[in-house]
Design a protein around this ligand. Structure first.
Ligand code: MN
Length: 263
């Protein structure tokens, strides 16, 4: 293997379009949906806000710049192990400590869009993953598993994206046995198109919020509010996704990019 030649080939494939770059990131602005916790928890993340410092005016005649009010878990974002109590003592558990090697990894995309169209509370189970593997090949160690639901098409409306009623939120995600199974495959993390990595109904699971509780406990990661998973093949794409190096960060907005070979 000539590593230098491989990188040269990648650059050349990017320029010819043999490899394309697909943006899996939602727009980040005041309309970006953010999670609202049940009233007993009190505090929530405020909506994204850009404060303009200057815009080619008396505060800065030649320059425009701003500062942001922004949640760690707002928009398309990365969950670090320290986000959950189960991961509070996990190694390298904050955004500043995660080895950069972990920010580039293959991804498996499991298409659940048909099931979710029929049932917004749809859960992907271990059996569902095994059936997908029988068709597309085994999930390899160190890879991401991303649940395609086409839920991102709702992300211009907080109401449609959170999809809550008096019984709580209704959105798809993984079952407990799904996450347990993926950990036996030694995956690097789990991604979802919804506001968080877990299903809307996941507070009632045992353990509650398995994508958080079980993945982060094992120093694996989460990705939430992913977009355009419908533009990815089931296998063969490489995900490049890195949180900001926030000191003691529990998560971070990301620009999530997939390198996709032309089929
Ligand atoms: Mn999060």
């Amino acid at each position: 293997m000539n590593a230098s030649q491989i990188l040269t080939d990648v650059v050349s494939a990017l320029s010819t379009g043999a490899i394309s770059v697909v943006d899996l990131t939602a727009p980040l602005g005041p309309d970006t949906p953010v999670l609202y916790l049940p009233p007993q928890f009190g505090k929530n993340t405020p909506k994204f806000k850009m404060h303009r410092i200057s815009e080619y005016d008396s505060d800065g005649p030649w320059w425009a710049w701003g500062w942001m009010e922004l949640g760690e878990h707002t928009g398309t974002h990365f969950d670090a192990p320290a986000h959950w109590i189960s991961g509070k003592d996990a190694p390298d558990n904050t955004t500043d400590k995660i080895p950069p090697r972990n920010f580039v990894a293959p991804c498996n995309v499991i298409d659940c869009s048909m099931e979710v169209r029929a049932n917004p509370d749809f859960l992907l189970t271990a059996d569902g993953v095994r059936a997908w593997e029988a068709e597309h090949g085994e999930i390899e160690a160190g890879s991401w598993v991303l649940m395609r639901s086409d839920w991102y098409k709702r992300n211009s409306s907080t109401e449609a994206f959170l999809n809550a009623d008096e019984n709580g939120p209704h959105s798809p995600g993984p079952s407990v046995d799904c996450i347990e199974y993926l950990l036996t495959k030694d995956v690097i993390g789990w991604g979802n198109e919804c506001v968080g990595t877990d299903a809307g109904s996941a507070a009632s699971f045992n353990p509650p919020f398995p994508a958080h509780h079980l993945m982060l406990e094992k120093s694996r990661y989460g990705l939430a509010s992913l977009c355009q998973l419908d533009k990815l093949p089931p296998k063969g794409a490489i995900l490049v996704v890195a949180p900001l190096k926030i000191v003691n960060g529990t998560g971070s907005p990301v620009r999530a990019l997939a390198l996709v070979p032309r089929s």
